[in-house]
Design a protein. Structure first.
Length: 109
């Protein structure tokens, strides 16, 4: 299987995950709920920054990526297996939507 996530990245996510788990335990918060809320907040922030043409949206997108990887870690999932599955899902979905659009457009011509 192709590797999507390097060993370095996996180690960093593991460290981040342990720290955030510890913090949420100390604050008596359910870890997965905190991750999901942080993701929601980051999506909103990315949208706002992008609309303002503030390039900081790119850094916030990286933060969102880390939160996504942390959810995979929290769920004890193999990063590479999930990523490879999702690559194919996205390719298939976009291909289907593209073909549907082309077919619809040719029907209207």
């Amino acid at each position: 299987m192709e590797k999507s996530i390097t060993s370095f990245a996996k180690q960093k996510i593991k460290s981040i995950h342990l720290l955030s788990q510890e913090l949420n335990t100390l604050e008596k918060k359910e870890h997965m709920q905190v991750l999901l809320e942080l993701m929601r907040e980051h999506v909103q922030e990315i949208k706002e920054l992008y609309q303002q043409k503030d390039k900081h949206y790119i850094t916030e997108t990286g933060d969102l990526l880390i939160l996504c990887l942390e959810i995979l870690k929290e769920s004890d999932q193999d990063y590479d297996q999930i990523m490879n599955r999702c690559y194919e899902r996205y390719i298939n979905k976009i291909s289907v939507l593209t073909n549907e659009f082309k077919n619809k457009r040719s029907e209207n011509e």
